[in-house]
Each structure stands twice: as C-alpha cells, then as structure tokens.
Design a protein around this ligand. Structure first.
Ligand code: 3PG
Length: 306
C-alpha cells in the first residue's frame, strides 16, 4: 500500500518521521510530496496512491479523477473545507479529519496575536493588558475550549456562543454561554473566531455583526478567511478607527487591509496556527494510524463523508 503525504506547507521533520514509523510497522510505503507548488505535481503523485494525508491542500475532482487506487484521505487537522466530500463519495473514497490534534497550537496562537494587538504591535507606546478584558469565543469546539482554558490564566472574563454546543457543556467549564451570536459580539472587548467555513458561515462575519462590538474592540481570526465578509469589514474599519483585526489567515484583500489600517491590522504571512512540532506530530501520526485502522480493520471513526 502506498500512502502519499502531500503537504504544500510541510509538517516538521519529526512528524514526518513519526508518520513513516507508523506506516512502516503496518508494511506500507510512505511517499512524500512537500512544497509542491503546482497542482500538476500533486495530480501526478496521487495517481498510484492508496491513501492520502493532506493539510489545507485542495483535494478536488481533478485529484480524485487522477487517484485511481485511492481509498482514503485523511485531513491531518480539523477543518476539511479543502476536500470535496461529494467527489470523494462519488469515487468511493473515505474522508476523515483528526479533530483536536492541533487545537492547542491554534489556541496558543490566539494569545500570541492578542498580546501583539493590545501592546500596539510592540511599537514602544503603552498598550493594555488582557487581564480583566471580556473575551467572546465564537464556537466552542476543540480550539474554543483551549482558548477558554488559556484565557483563564490571563484573568479574562470569558463567554462563548456555539449554535451546536449545549449551554451546559460551555458553563461546566466556567464560561458564560451567550444566547445569541449578537449577544456575544455586543458584550465582548475581544471576539475570537473558531467557526468552520461552511455554506452557512461563509461571509457571516459582516459589518452589522462586528459593529455590535464596543469601542476599542479586537476581532481575532484563527479559523478561516472565508467566514469574513472582507468588503464589509473594510467598510466598518473605515467607519470605526477604534477597531482592530488580527488574523492568522491572510485575507484575499490583504493589501487593502494593510494599506488602510496600519497599526490595527495584522496578518501572518502564512497560516501559523497549527505550525508547531507538537501539532504536526499529533495530527500527522493520528492520520497515519487512522489510515492503518481503516485499511486493515475497516475502522471508520472520524469519517466525515457519507
Ligand atoms: C485546521 O483546520 O486543522 C487548521 O486550520 C490547521 O490547518 P493547517 O494544517 O493547514 O495548518
């Protein structure tokens, strides 16, 4: 069995070694395609693969059509919006993710971005502290929970809204559960986004929602760029000089954000949330184990397509 690891943004070497070890023990061959740049190289490499491990790499009809032997794709990470699930099902390919494996890394980066934001991007002027500030967590999944845990250490007042997570689950962690998304934005100095990119959430973070936030608010995004209505956020930041937007996913309109909002806008050059050795090891090895479990025992835990 050939397992292709196709990562345009590579895992740490230690994670690749760990994946290799799991696959070797199962008697499988690891084929590594890193920083491939052009999709044609991915299409070529996937042609004889039985299984595939990816990160944010786009796995669409072109890939599935080329991958004649493919049985399973594991997205080593949480969000699987980069994989065409309908095409996978059409080609009889199982798709899985590895939920929770990289969530601490993403949550820690939220605070990296926040400290940078409240300390005025380290420009030498007096900023503010996070202690005592109200933090709203938008979606209380694996990352949201880790954000809440870390925020307690900073002494923040924490609330969350999640349309799918019961109130009791949120409140059990000592986090205030908000009754609506509007309530979350209205009552927090900082909102941290942890929603997936779906048909419902795309463009949902818009002018009117963010405008509910109080003076001096910060929006921090370590989720997906697609959830932001970029034109509306630009319009709002033009209207409100007090707003800051710090993101780990470069917007399509990065140049416009950067030129218009110097000092209150920041984007990492490349998505860094899950870029730690630990997250790479956790997600990569989980992906390898899930492939072995599926191919050897038919285990479908973490399957996300029908
Ligand atoms: C995820 O969905 O797991 C995170 O956004 C990390 O994505 P990455 O593996 O592309 O860094």
């Amino acid at each position: 069995m050939k397992v292709l690891v196709a990562t345009d943004k590579p895992f740490a070497k230690v994670a690749v070694d760990g994946i290799g070890k799991v696959l070797k023990e199962a008697g499988y061959e690891l084929v590594l395609l890193e920083k491939y740049g052009e999709k044609a190289k991915f299409v070529e490499a996937v042609a004889d693969a039985d299984a595939l491990i990816v990160r944010s790499d786009i796995v669409d009809a072109e890939i599935f059509n080329a991958a004649k032997n493919l049985k399973i794709v594991v997205r080593a990470g949480a969000g699987y919006d980069n994989i065409d699930l309908a095409e996978a099902t059409k080609h009889n390919v199982c798709v899985m993710n590895t939920p929770g494996q990289n969530s601490n890394a993403v949550a820690e980066l939220v605070f990296g971005l926040l400290v940078y934001a409240v300390r005025n991007m380290y420009n030498g002027t007096s900023g503010t502290e996070l202690k005592g500030k109200r933090l709203g967590i938008h979606a209380y999944g694996n990352v949201g929970r880790n954000v809440a845990r870390i925020a307690k250490g900073f002494g923040m007042e924490i609330s969350a809204f999640d349309a799918f997570c019961p109130k009791e689950v949120i409140e059990k962690d000592g986090v205030k559960a908000m009754g609506s998304v509007e309530e979350l934005y209205k009552n927090n100095d900082i909102v941290s986004l942890h929603i997936p990119a779906t048909a419902e959430t795309k463009n949902s973070i818009n002018h009117d929602l963010v405008n509910l936030m109080p003076k001096g608010a910060i929006l921090v995004n370590t989720a997906r760029k697609e959830v932001i209505n970029e034109d509306e956020l630009i319009k709002l930041m033009e209207e409100r000089a007090d707003l800051k937007y710090f993101t780990d996913i470069m917007p399509a309109k990065n140049d416009e954000f950067a030129s218009k909002f110097a000092g209150r806008y920041f984007s990492t050059p490349k998505k860094m949330g899950a870029q730690t050795a630990e997250a790479n090891i956790n997600a990569g090895i989980a992906a390898a184990n899930q492939i072995v479990g599926f191919l050897k025992d038919g285990c479908e835990k973490f399957r996300v397509n029908k």
